[in-house]
Design a protein around this ligand. Structure first.
Ligand code: ZN
Length: 198
């Protein structure tokens, strides 16, 4: 039985396709949106389309930005010789929130996962190796402590070792399998300060 109109069903379907949104939440969001003033809904819809249209990868660190080079890479006060490797832009945001890291980043956009068929060529690893041809003193590997994150960390360290650049791994104070973005700033800072050389 079709309870709602086709339009509402379509909206619920789109919303439930988002990460972490089940059918029940999608229904709640759909009805919330429908009850908003029309201008609010239009603003919201435009924000989605505009973001999709204008946001791209920073040409240096591959985080999401709307400029050729992101504000972090473009900041002359950041130490370009220290590169922290993270899995995604959310992890970068988590470290930025600590306000204590003054190096730059490299966003892999994923992690190596043989199970899911994600290999080294599917993440921004080649791009990292290109950056390392410049003047780099340390690469801090801050991938998650999940199986995929650890696999990726091992792979990267093996790749970098022959170059003579110092490779460190954040301390394992970060809960196993924990997504970095859900970890508080103190824990992140401790993990960063307690990093060990690989
Ligand atoms: Zn950047």
């Amino acid at each position: 039985m079709d309870l709602y109109s086709g339009h509402i069903n379509r909206l619920i379907e789109e919303l439930s396709g988002l990460p972490g949104i089940g059918v029940k939440t999608a229904q709640r969001l759909a009805f919330h949106l429908i009850n908003l003033p029309k201008e609010r809904v239009e603003k919201f819809a435009h924000a989605i389309v505009d973001a999709r249209e204008h946001v791209r990868y920073c040409s240096q660190c591959f985080t999401l930005t709307d400029k050729e080079i992101c504000p972090i890479c473009a900041n002359p006060r950041r130490n370009q010789k220290v590169i922290m490797v993270v899995e995604n832009a959310r992890d970068l945001a988590a470290y930025e929130k600590t306000g204590k890291y003054d190096g730059v980043y490299h966003v892999l956009h994923g992690a190596i996962s043989p199970l899911l068929g994600i290999g080294p060529g599917d993440i921004k690893l080649k791009e990292l190796m290109v950056r390392l041809q410049g003047d780099v003193e340390e690469v801090i590997i801050a991938t998650n402590s999940s199986l995929e994150g650890e696999t990726t960390a091992m792979y990267i360290s093996k790749l970098i070792k022959p170059t003579g650049i110092k490779v460190t791994r954040i301390a394992s104070g970060v809960p196993v399998g924990g997504d970095l973005e859900y970890i508080d700033e103190v824990t992140l800072l401790r993990a960063l300060e307690g990093r060990t050389e690989l």
